[in-house]
Design a binder for this molecule. Structure first.
Ligand SMILES: [Zn+2]
Length: 399
C-alpha cells in the first residue's frame, strides 16, 4: 500500500522533532490529573495544526479534532501524559529534573508519538473521510483520567458523528524493540484494591487464651486466599490475589487488638471479577468467624478489564505488518495482568490497545528494567514507527 511506505518515511524524517519533544517532556514529568506544564507543551505542539482543541474542565486533558476533506465516521487515538512518583536513577542526559517524579511508564513517548501522528494526518487531510479525535489524557496511573474525559463528553466531541473506533499504543521496555504486540479479547486485567482489618482482643502475649489474637488468624486468611484462588477459580478465566501489606502488633510481649491486611485482585472478565472480590471477603470473614473474630472489609474498584475488539486487533496486526514488515507484528500469547484506563474507552467503542516494544539495544527483553522501574530506559529508535502506526490506523479507519 503506497500510503504505508510514504507515512513511515515521513515519520522517520520527523524523528528529530518527535525525540526532542519526548525528551523535553521527560525532563519535566508531572503526576496525576493536573499537569499544567505538560498540557501547555501539548497545546503548543498542536497550535500550528488545523486541529480544533478543547481542554478539560476538571483535569488537564486535551482533546483535538482533525476534520478530513469529506464527512465520515470519527476515530479516536489516545495518548496518556502523566508520570509516576518514582525517583529517576537512569543517569540519562535528559533524565527527570523533578525529584520524585519520572516518566517511568513512557507516557512521554506516547504524547510525542501522538503529536507526530497528528502532524502527519493534518498533512493528509485530503485522504480522510471523517474526523480524527486526539485524546491526550492525564491521570492514567490510577487516577481514572479517561473516565473524567468520557464524563465530559469525549465520545461526542463531534456531535453528528460520535466516536466509533479507537486505538492506543503503549510503549514497553520488555518487548523487542520495534515490535507491535496485540491480541484479541482481554488485553489487560481489571485491578481491584482491598483492605481488611481483623478484629481480635488485645492482651498479654503470655496468655493468648485470655485474649483474641488476630495475628495467626491474619496468617490463616493469607493462606486461605491462596487456596481459594487455586481451588475455586477457573484456570481458563484466571485471577491473581496478592496480599501485599500486613501490619499488626507493636512489641514482643503484647497481643494486638487487630491486624491490617491489604492487596490487589486482578481478573480478566467482569464475571470473574465480581466473584473473586466476593470470595476474598467471604473467605476472610469466615476464617475470622471460626476464631470468633470479625473482619471489616473494604473494596476499592480500580480499572475494568481492557478488552480488545477482535476485528480491531486483527487490523492492528495487519497494519503493523504492512508498515513495518511481518517480524514486527506479534500476536501476544497472553494478556498482561497490569491495568489500563483505556479500558473505559473500550467499554464504549470497539477498538484496540497495542504495545510498542522498545527494549534498549544490548539489553534482553526478559531482564531489562520494566516499565515503572526507576531504571527503565526506552529505545527511541521505534518512536517514528509508532507515529506512523497511529496515523495509519486512523487513515485506514477513515479511508
Ligand atoms: Zn502506562
Amino acid at each position: 500500500m503506497p500510503t504505508s511506505a510514504d507515512l513511515l518515511s515521513a515519520a522517520y524524517n520527523d524523528a528529530d522533532r518527535t525525540i526532542e519533544l519526548r525528551r523535553r517532556l521527560h525532563r519535566h514529568p508531572e503526576i496525576g490529573l493536573h499537569l499544567p506544564q505538560t498540557q501547555a507543551t501539548v497545546l503548543a505542539g498542536l497550535a500550528d495544526l488545523p486541529i480544533e482543541v478543547t481542554t478539560g474542565k476538571s483535569t488537564s486533558s486535551v482533546v483535538g479534532v482533525l476534520r478530513g476533506a469529506r464527512p465520515g465516521p470519527t476515530y479516536l487515538l489516545r495518548g496518556d501524559m502523566d508520570a509516576l512518583p518514582v525517583h529517576e536513577d537512569t543517569g540519562l542526559p535528559f533524565a527527570s529534573e523533578v525529584p520524585g517524579a519520572m516518566h517511568a511508564c513512557g507516557h512521554d513517548t506516547h504524547v510525542a508519538m501522538l503529536l507526530g501522528a497528528a502532524r502527519l494526518l493534518a498533512e493528509r487531510r485530503d485522504l480522510l473521510s471523517g474526523q480524527v479525535v486526539f485524546m491526550v489524557q492525564p491521570g492514567e496511573e490510577g487516577f481514572h483520567g479517561a473516565r473524567f474525559m468520557l464524563e465530559e463528553g469525549l465520545l461526542d466531541v463531534v456531535p453528528d458523528a460520535p466516536v466509533s473506533g479507537a486505538f492506543a499504543l503503549h510503549i514497553s521496555s520488555t518487548m523487542p524493540s520495534g515490535t507491535v504486540n496485540v491480541r484479541p479479547g482481554p488485553m489487560m486485567a481489571a485491578a481491584d484494591q482491598w483492605r481488611m482489618v481483623v478484629r481480635g482482643r488485645g492482651g498479654h502475649a503470655s496468655e493468648p487464651y485470655a485474649a483474641a489474637d488476630p495475628i495467626p488468624v491474619a496468617a490463616e486468611i493469607v493462606l486461605a486466599l491462596q487456596s481459594m484462588v487455586t481451588r475455586r477459580v477457573d484456570v481458563f478465566d484466571p485471577a491473581v490475589v496478592t496480599v501485599a501489606h500486613i501490619e499488626a502488633g507493636s512489641t514482643n510481649n503484647v497481643i494486638p487488638d487487630s491486624a491490617f491486611l491489604e492487596g490487589t485482585i486482578r481478573t480478566l472478565s467482569a464475571a470473574q471479577r465480581s466473584q473473586v472480590v466476593a470470595s476474598v471477603q467471604r473467605v476472610a470473614t469466615h476464617v475470622a468467624a471460626a476464631h470468633e473474630m470479625t473482619v471489616e472489609f473494604e473494596h476499592v474498584a480500580g480499572y475494568p478489564v481492557t478488552v480488545n475488539d477482535a476485528g480491531a486487533a486483527a487490523e492492528v496486526l495487519e497494519t503493523a505488518t504492512d508498515l513495518l514488515g511481518a517480524p514486527a507484528s506479534a500476536l501476544m500469547r497472553a494478556p498482561l495482568m497490569g491495568a489500563e484506563d483505556f479500558s473505559y474507552v473500550l467499554e464504549k467503542v470497539p477498538g484496540a490497545m497495542a504495545f510498542l516494544g522498545a527494549c534498549p539495544p544490548g539489553l534482553d527483553p526478559a531482564t531489562a528494567p520494566a516499565n515503572h522501574s526507576n531504571l527503565v530506559v526506552f529505545d527511541e529508535e521505534p518512536l517514528p514507527a509508532g507515529v506512523a502506526l497511529y496515523a495509519e490506523m486512523a487513515l485506514r479507519a477513515l479511508a
